[in-house]
Design a protein around this ligand. Structure first.
Ligand SMILES: [Zn+2]
Length: 285
């Protein structure tokens, strides 16, 4: 048998190496075992998404917010807070992050500069369609991180409809209520819309976007006791849950502590709820 020339051996070796490298990158099973290059759907290419969902990742976090005045913190607070939360907990709950819905229903605050409000008849079907598409893309656990109280009723209704129609599980989290006891523990008092709790949460990761120099305590007023009165538009954008409590204090250390504790609480709720859904076997497959 004739000896193979050295150059031919090299060519064959190079071809084998190239084929092996191609097989590695083109094999979805191998790629799925790697950690995702990003948790954000906005930043992920469709090929990687297809390899990960639903084979490896079945949970998505979706921030739903609003653009409305918030005392002396950004008007996008209801978008920025759940986005920061999603980035902080995504790896812990092994989820991807869907892009934020940056507009919500805020009729009561529409009078203030820079506010945008979407009517319910537009918002509800749009929000529901987003959830429906996430389910169609293979997510089994859809976690709504809601930043805005005005969205809650519409999101709860959309969650119920999509869960039953698509046989998926949907959780709506209103962090400021979930963290009620954390607010009272960290600040030793109750909070408010754009009050100490929401202001601290934003201050923890966007200190330069918080403006104590514009703050005056008279900018705050308590929420009306049920049925007592109604003002349209609202007269204050800092709405205290309880009279006399929840004024922003702009304490950086408290802000960091609050951010950490709130996010841990939300992650714990997400993991616990998925565990219980799995245990019950509801809409599992
Ligand atoms: Zn808010």
């Amino acid at each position: 048998m004739r000896k193979t020339p050295a150059i031919l051996k090299l060519v064959v070796l190079a071809a084998l190496l190239a084929a092996a490298a191609f097989a590695q990158t083109a094999d979805p099973a191998k790629n799925a075992a790697k950690p995702p290059t990003t948790r954000e759907m906005n930043l992920m290419c469709w090929q990687e998404f297809g390899e990960l969902v639903p084979a490896r990742i079945r949970t998505v976090l979706v921030p739903f917010g609003s653009l409305e005045p918030h005392g002396v913190i950004p008007s996008g607070t209801d978008n920025l807070a759940p986005e920061a939360m999603a980035r902080d907990i995504a790896a812990k709950v092994d989820a991807l992050i869907a892009p934020t819905l940056n507009y919500g229903m805020t009729e009561a605050m529409k009078a203030f500069p820079g506010a945008v409000s979407i009517p319910a008849e537009v918002y509800s079907p749009f929000a529901e369609t987003v959830l429906d598409n996430l389910a169609a893309n293979g997510f089994k656990n859809i976690i709504i991180l809601n930043g805005h109280g005005g969205n809650t009723a519409a999101l709860n209704a959309a969650a119920t409809r999509v869960a039953n129609a698509r046989r998926v599980r949907v959780l709506v989290v209103n962090w400021w209520t979930l963290a009620d006891d954390i607010t009272k523990a960290v600040f030793k008092q109750n909070g408010g819309h754009a009050g100490n709790n929401e202001t601290a949460y934003i201050q923890a990761f966007l200190p330069d976007s918080v403006h104590p120099e514009r703050y005056k305590p008279e900018m705050a007023s308590p929420n009306a006791p049920a049925g007592a009165y109604y003002a349209a538009p609202v007269a204050s954008t800092i709405l205290l849950y309880e009279k006399g409590q929840g004024y922003p204090t702009f304490d950086a250390a408290q802000a960091r502590e609050y951010f950490r504790k709130v996010n841990d609480r939300v992650a714990e709720l997400v993991l616990d709820t998925i565990k219980k859904w799995d245990l019950a076997g509801v809409y599992k497959n």
